[in-house]
Design a binder for this molecule. Structure first.
Ligand SMILES: Cc1cc2nc3c(=O)[nH]c(=O)nc-3n(C[C@H](O)[C@H](O)[C@H](O)COP(=O)(O)OP(=O)(O)OC[C@H]3O[C@@H](n4cnc5c(N)ncnc54)[C@H](O)[C@@H]3O)c2cc1C
Length: 340
């Protein structure tokens, strides 16, 4: 077995799509399962990184960053005609969706073009355009740093919720996800619960899309609304859409009838944070090189040389202005490493 490649004093800016300046004491590149027992134990400060598209470094990391580069995708028959796809955590998520589409395996096409790694997908239960990982996740394989063992965690025990999981909240840092298993279907059933997707297809006279038409529509919408991190540093949606109880939401909607919202199965209501930020006039504004994306108020960007201080000030000013007008406390979506 090869020892994992190690870099001392590593530059983290190119490893995070928001690209704030930061370093780590040490970077370890993991590409074999056999290297797992050599990793620092639970009480050492280890941060796992995939594509860095949901991680914003606001300070140097005083410990080890582990870059997950485990590879491999395989498919096998599952019960009731379904197909189990097992993908290693270091695979690219978008490439996995394309791999599945090519083999006519369906269930994740609405999640196409989400940046990042397969291993990070369960961390915040990725979702977009009416699709969510929770709908297809069967289980997660993970290295339990507490017990030094490789275990299988069924989806029902992952605590998946809206942009959340036990890996992101209650047991943050304990598990290193090494692979995920998805249950996909051979029969295509388009998920058309998202109005702007339906409208976009409708404008092309498509009411029952093929898998490729659906995936292409999602990609067009995403490219139109979101900046490409390769050209403009960003971490996607910077704030979660707040979820309110039915009666609080009803009062809010009576006051702001144009506020886009989605009713959830438990009766609560998810409100569009981007609309609230936009209404407060934030689109295109900046604090130094930290700014709000011109085409989408939910996305914060780094115009080049943003500092953690500028980003912090921008976050504080946006959240204060939304709280002042709407009485809603916005929650940051990406993992801010360094800020309290
Ligand atoms: C332009 C853009 C668009 C986006 N659109 C969406 C979207 O539509 N929907 C959505 O849900 N998200 C979206 N995101 C956020 C991001 O793409 C997802 O959260 C993605 O899953 C992050 O993957 P990553 O590998 O880059 O994660 P990283 O940033 O590397 O890591 C994210 C978190 O997961 C942890 N982690 C990563 N890998 C592992 C592992 N193997 N084991 C344990 N912990 C791990 C990290 O420690 C960190 O806390 C977007 C981001 C960008 C930049």
């Amino acid at each position: 077995m090869r020892r994992p490649e190690t870099v001392e004093g590593a530059d983290l800016a190119p490893l995070s799509t928001f690209r704030l300046p930061a370093t780590a004491d040490r970077l370890i590149i993991l590409d074999q399962l056999e290297q797992l027992p050599q990793l620092p134990r639970d009480n050492d400060s280890l941060l796992v990184l995939g594509g860095g598209s949901n991680t914003v470094f606001t300070a140097d990391w005083p410990g080890t960053v582990l870059l997950n580069r485990l590879r491999g995708i395989e498919a096998e028959p599952a019960d009731n005609g379904a197909v189990r796809v097992r993908a290693a955590a270091g695979e690219n998520w978008h490439q996995l969706v394309r791999w599945c589409l090519k083999r006519e395996l369906y269930g994740i096409e609405n999640l196409i073009l989400i940046p990042g790694s397969v291993g990070a997908a369960p961390i915040q239960n990725i979702g977009a355009y009416g699709g969510e990982l929770a709908a297809v996740l069967e289980s997660v394989s993970a290295w339990d740093r507490q017990n030094g063992a490789l275990i299988e965690i069924p989806a029902a025990e992952c605590g998946l919720a809206y942009r959340d999981s036990r890996f992101k909240s209650s047991e943050r840092g304990r598990f290193l996800i090494t692979a995920v298993s998805l249950k996909l279907q051979r029969q295509f059933q388009p998920a058309l619960g998202y109005q702007s997707l339906v409208d976009h297809l409708g404008a092309r006279a498509i009411s029952t899309p093929t898998p490729r038409q659906l995936a292409a529509a999602v990609m067009r919408l995403r490219r139109h609304r979101l900046p490409d991190p390769a050209r403009l540093a960003n971490a996607g949606s910077f704030f979660k859409n707040p979820v309110l109880g039915a009666s609080t939401a009803a009062a809010m909607l009576a006051e702001h009838p144009c506020l886009p919202h989605w009713r959830l199965s438990d009766g609560s209501v998810k409100l569009a944070a981007g609309w609230m930020i936009d209404r407060q006039g934030w689109r295109g504004r900046r604090v130094g090189d930290a700014g709000v994306y011109q085409n989408h108020a939910l996305v914060l960007v780094n115009h080049g040389r943003a500092s953690a201080g500028q980003l912090g000030e921008l976050i504080d000013r946006i959240t204060a202005s939304v709280a002042g007008e709407f009485g809603v406390c916005l929650e940051v979506e990406p993992n801010l490493i360094g800020f309290e």
